[in-house]
Design a protein around this ligand. Structure first.
Ligand code: ACM
Length: 765
């Protein structure tokens, strides 16, 4: 007995990074996040109209949520009773269970027993049940006669207490209905903190009774530059159109905007509370306040309102009238939101107006402040005292570290290019929430690598002791909405990659392949919830494709339930476009547009495939070459890989297409050129996939194969080239505009799996 137990433990250790030996069938248990412990059992528990719910009084709210779940699928509300019957779901309050959100779920053919000490735990267990509803063959609107839950024994608790999602409703506005749907999706994946970014330069979104102009004026704008660009983009992608419900006509003008009344805010807070989600409000100060300043110009030092060199004019921390305003606003915020946290923002402050202000000169002198950074700290610290007086803790973006931070403030880390910030904060004893731009800014357009990047994110930065690491509360993904003008686009941006974050923060046991299998099953539930998630990628082609005599397009689709449709006339594929079921033969240069469609008609990414004819490139004679590539580094900010200057500032040898960490550190902009040869083992059509943040271009045999140029977040682009077996000249030109960088080259040949290019293929003079 003991022996076999030891063997199981050993097996679990060996397989821990891929598929765990005991991982349950993903089809039967498509749970995300995966439970800490799950033992699959034989049989099912069948819930029908004869099933009752038996519950401790303490869980009245959770019982309602369980009834809601069953009503959704069965169309009938299960009765609550005090007695266990023939068919019962029993909720037990168990004070021996320690964790705040911990639960135990036992599903046997006889009954379901869900135990927890708290309502939090019971609610998380109900989400597990929701994901266990078998949906194969189920069609959206029709109700089920019974639900057969697969038998299992589950013991579960989260790794991190803070599992957050942020939504910016200032840049574009999102309705109460949408925020509720967002909370439903969060709850389903056991996320528990909603950071609501309620004000910014482009809009003030919450009613403040004492300052009515904040919403009367600050909630509305004529179309700004971002709106115009979104409208332009909507010609190719309808999800980029502004949601019509937020457009009004006022005194002959078309205005965009909206705000939440305090009654609506309360309604959303209650909705979140029922789903065991805490809402943390952010009112961003002293920067990002243009919308408020427009309504109340006295807030700045010099009555100016507009854009400075980098950011907008902030409010003035050197006038008591500013503090009066801020305290009045936060008094209403503190009264509305039950959370113990209030987020002050305090990011990206343009301090030039402070440096010029006589009032600030006086405040700095009186308080012995040496710099405008210390003046920012003075503002933040005063506000923290005020928050504390209301029983609240302050959260601020990591700029609050500049100029000195109080040890009790919670630091929200976002600036990927300042990697020491969370480490210093945690060592200083500050609590830290990790939201690094890469990979947790979900406003970055997702591609085929995004889910993996999120899944492999470690919330604990390197360089902390275990005691210091305990200061990392958890992590959060942020959805900034400058370029997210609609609810459908918002869904697309955060789903399904939020599910990867949910598993990192809750389970924290890497099993990526198993997770991907569970994710594939879980799309059916998202379809039912009407979530416009990003469909999984199609494979089997590159962006720029070549053929020698004739080509064959063999699209590999990741889900059987999806259909693939295409056009050849440049139009966007729709559900009416011809379906691509087999291989398509290409005999002439042409452009094909492809898209996958879910059963509900949700369209995946639009792929534009260009085909051109090419003869196999002849190899060169490679006598005397050595292993590796030559890397030239160029200091300076180059907007494009074609603009890198001619003489390198430093040259080193590398073994692959990479820039060693020590060369790119410090967040400075730079250019880089990797030169050498690629030695391909067989004649074929090679697809190359170049992932860059910022931009890069791949040349092979003197031809441009992939152009992923310009400054942007990590994104993958691909191209093809027909190569004869042997050596071909290769160059990768790369630019980084500042901040963290990504550079990766992968390949596939004749439609094989995408894989890293091995070191042994690279040669140099
Ligand atoms: C931020 O992205 N400015 C916090």
């Amino acid at each position: 007995m003991l022996r076999s137990l030891k063997l199981t433990v050993l097996a679990a250790t060996i397989y821990s990074t891929t598929l765990m030996a005991q991982d349950a069938d993903p089809q039967r248990y498509p749970l995300i996040p995966y439970p800490q412990e799950l033992t699959a059992q034989q049989g099912e528990f069948v819930v029908g109209r004869n099933t009752n719910i038996v519950s401790a009084n303490a869980f009245a709210g959770e019982v309602k949520q369980l009834q809601l779940l069953m009503t959704t699928f069965l169309g009938a509300k299960l009765p609550v009773s005090s007695k266990v019957g023939q068919s019962s779901i029993v909720l037990v309050q168990d004070n021996t269970i320690k964790g705040e959100e911990e639960y135990q779920l036992e599903i046997t053919p006889a009954r379901i027993t869900l135990r927890a000490r708290t309502g939090d735990g019971i609610f998380r267990g109900i989400q597990t049940l929701t994901q266990l509803v078998p949906l194969a063959g189920h069609h959206g609107t029709e109700k089920m006669k019974t639900i057969a839950f697969p038998a299992a024994t589950i013991k579960d608790h989260p790794t991190y207490d803070y599992r957050g999602m942020h939504l910016d409703v200032a840049r574009h506005f999102f309705s109460v209905k949408y925020v509720k749907k967002f909370l439903d999706v969060m709850a389903l994946y056991k996320m528990n903190k909603f950071h609501w970014h309620l004000s910014d330069d482009q809009g003030w979104r919450i009613e403040i009774k004492k300052y009515p102009l904040l919403t009367e004026q600050g909630a509305w704008r004529t179309y700004n530059n971002q709106d115009s660009i979104c409208i332009e983009k909507s010609k190719d992608n309808p999800d980029m159109a502004l949601d019509q419900e937020h457009i009004i006509q006022r005194t002959g003008k078309t205005l965009y905007g909206g705000f939440y009344t305090q009654a609506e805010i309360k309604e959303v807070i209650a909705y979140a509370a029922a789903r065991h989600i805490e809402i943390i409000p952010e009112i961003d100060m002293p920067g990002h306040v243009m919308a408020a300043i427009k309504a109340y110009p006295f807030l700045t030092c010099d009555s100016e309102n507009g854009w400075g060199k980098t950011f907008s004019t902030p409010i003035c921390p050197c006038e008591e009238t500013t503090f009066k305003f801020a305290e009045d606003v936060f008094t209403e915020i503190a009264a509305l939101f039950p959370s113990k946290y209030i987020h002050l923002g305090a990011d990206e402050v343009e301090k030039t107006s402070w440096a010029k202000s006589p009032a600030c000169e006086a405040v700095m002198k009186a308080n012995n402040l040496k710099s405008v950074e210390e003046l920012q700290s003075y503002f933040v610290k005063r506000m923290e005292k005020f928050f504390n007086s209301k029983g609240k803790k302050l959260i601020g973006w990591d700029e609050i570290l500049e100029g000195g931070v109080s040890p009790t403030a919670v630091v929200m880390y976002w600036r990927s290019w300042v990697p020491k910030a969370p480490i210093e904060a945690a060592k200083n004893g500050n609590r830290v929430i990790m939201t690094p731009g890469n990979p947790l800014y979900f406003d970055g357009v997702p591609d085929r690598n995004s889910i993996s990047n999120v899944y492999h994110f470690n919330p604990i930065p390197k360089g902390l002791t275990a005691a210091e690491a305990a200061n990392i509360l958890g992590a959060q993904a942020n959805i900034w909405t400058e370029w997210i003008p609609s609810e459908k686009r918002a869904d697309y941006m955060y789903m399904p990659r939020m599910t990867a974050l949910a598993e990192v923060l809750w389970t924290n046991q890497p099993r990526y392949d198993h997770y991907m299998n569970r994710l594939r099953v879980s799309y059916s539930l998202l379809d039912l919830m009407g979530v416009n998630y990003r469909l999984p990628d199609l494979d089997g082609f590159a962006g720029d494709n070549v053929f020698v005599d004739k080509g064959s397009l063999n699209v590999i689709k990741p889900l059987d339930i999806m259909t693939v449709r295409y056009t050849t006339d440049g139009s966007i594929p729709s559900v009416q476009s011809p379906q691509l079921s087999g291989a398509l033969t290409i005999t002439k240069p042409e452009t094909i547009k492809l898209s996958a469609f879910s059963p509900t008609g949700n369209r995946g990414d639009i792929y534009t495939l260009k085909y051109r004819q090419q003869n196999y490139l002849k190899p060169i004679d490679g006598a005397g070459l050595q292993a590796g590539l030559q890397l030239g580094m160029f200091n300076g900010a180059f907007k494009s890989a074609t603009k890198i200057k001619s003489a390198a500032d430093a040259t080193v040898t590398v073994s692959n297409v990479e820039i060693p960490e020590e060369l790119g550190k410090g967040g400075k902009p730079f250019g880089a050129k990797l030169d050498g040869f690629i030695d391909v083992p067989a004649t074929g059509i090679y697809s190359f996939y170049l992932t860059c943040d910022d931009g890069g271009i791949l040349y092979i045999g003197g031809e441009e194969v992939v152009n992923n140029d310009g400054w942007h977040a990590p994104v993958q682009k691909s191209g093809q080239v027909a190569l004869e077996k042997g050596l071909h000249p290769l160059q990768v030109a790369f630019v980084e505009g500042g901040g963290g960088y990504t550079l990766k080259l992968e390949y596939s040949v004749n439609g094989s799996k995408i894989q890293p290019v091995p070191d042994s293929w690279f040669k140099r003079k």
